[in-house]
Ligand binder design. Structure first.
Ligand code: NAP
Length: 250
C-alpha cells in the first residue's frame, strides 16, 4: 500500500511482535530495513523472512538502553545504505507488576532505561542522520498507557507518558527541518510480550477491556505506523495516534 523504495529504515526490537510486523511491512513496501534487536538470532530470523520475500534487510544486534549501541546502529545503517530516512523506536519491556509503594527499584530503573531512555538514545542519533539525509520520519511506539494509568505498571506507564513528551518536543524542534516525529498508542496486542507471560484467562480479561471485544494484532499496529512514516502523512507530526479498539474512548 505504501512506497518506501529508496528509503532506509531502522526498526528496534524488530525480532518479535509489533517490531517484526513493521519490519516486514516496510520491507514489503520497498524499504531497506535494519532489523535491530537485543536478540541477534531473532533479528536474523526476521531478515531471512524479508530476503525470502524478495526484500532488502540487514540484522543488527543492539541494546536500546546503551547510547553507544544506538550510535553504532545508526552508523551501521548509514554505512550500509548511504543514509537514514525512517526509524521506529519500538523495543520495549513490560517490567515488574507491583503497586508503587512496593515497586522494585531495579525494575523501575530497567523499564525506564529501555522504554524511555532507549527512545531518547534512538532519537539522539537518528535525528542527526536524518538531517544529513535531508529529512525523514520517526514513529515511537508508546501505548494506550502513554495517556492513561494501569494499576501495578507504574514504571511502564511513566515511561510511555514520557515517550509522548519526547515525541512532541522532538517534532517541534525538527519539523521545519523536514523530520516528522509521531507516537503510536496500541491497546493490548497479541505478541510474545503478552502471550508468553499471561494465561488465556487473563488474556480474555484484557480483551474484554476493549469495546471492540478483542485484543489487536501486530499487523494492525504496523498499518498505522507505516502510514505515519509515509508521505501520505506529510502534515502529521508531534501527535499521538491510538490503535486501541476504543480502550481509551471509555
Ligand atoms: P515483544 O514481542 O516482546 O518484542 C519486543 C522486542 O524487543 C523483543 O524482540 C525483545 O527482545 C526486544 N527488546 C527487549 N529489550 C530490548 C532492548 N533493551 N534493546 C533492544 N531490543 C529489546 O513485544 P511487543 O509486544 O512487540 O512490544 C513492542 C512495543 O510495543 C513495546 O514498546 C511495547 O511496550 C509496545 N506495546 C505493546 C503492547 C502489547 O500489548 N503487546 C501494547 C502497547 C504497546 P527479547 O525478546 O530478547 O527481550
Amino acid at each position: 500500500m505504501f512506497d518506501f523504495t529508496g528509503k532506509t529504515a531502522i526498526v528496534t526490537g524488530a525480532g518479535s511482535g509489533i517490531g517484526e510486523a513493521i519490519a516486514l511491512e516496510l520491507a514489503a513496501s520497498g524499504a531497506f530495513v535494519v532489523v535491530s534487536d537485543l536478540d541477534e538470532e531473532a533479528a536474523n530470523r526476521v531478515v531471512a523472512m524479508i530476503l525470502d520475500r524478495g526484500g532488502k534487510a540487514e540484522g543488527h544486534a543492539a541494546d536500546v538502553s546503551d547510547p553507544q549501541a544506538m550510535e553504532r546502529m545508526v552508523a551501521f545503517a548509514e554505512a550500509e545504505t548511504g543514509g537514514l530516512h525512517l526509524a521506529v523506536n519500538n523495543a520495549g519491556i513490560g517490567g515488574p507488576q507491583n503497586p508503587v509503594g512496593e515497586y522494585p527499584l531495579d525494575g523501575w530503573k530497567q523499564v525506564i532505561d529501555v522504554n524511555l531512555n532507549g527512545v531518547f538514545y534512538g532519537l539522539r542519533y537518528q535525528i542527526p542522520a536524518m538531517e544529513r539525509a535531508g529529512g525523514g520520519a520517526i514513529v515511537n511506539i508508546a501505548s494506550i498507557l502513554g495517556s492513561v494509568g494501569f494499576a501495578n505498571a507504574s514504571a511502564y506507564v511513566a515511561a510511555k507518558h514520557g515517550v509522548l513528551g519526547l515525541t512532541k518536543t522532538a517534532a517541534m524542534e525538527y519539523s521545519a527541518k523536514g523530520i516528522r516525529v509521531n507516537a503510536v498508542g496500541p491497546g493490548f496486542i497479541a505478541t510474545p510480550l503478552l502471550t508468553k507471560n499471561l494465561e488465556q484467562e487473563v488474556l480474555d480479561g484484557l480483551a474484554a477491556l476493549h469495546p471492540i471485544g478483542r485484543i489487536g494484532t501486530s499487523e494492525e499496529v504496523s498499518a498505522l505506523t507505516c502510514f505515519l512514516l509515509s508521505e501520505r502523512a506529510s502534515f502529521i507530526t508531534g501527535s499521538y495516534h491510538l490503535v486501541d479498539g476504543a480502550y481509551t474512548a471509555q
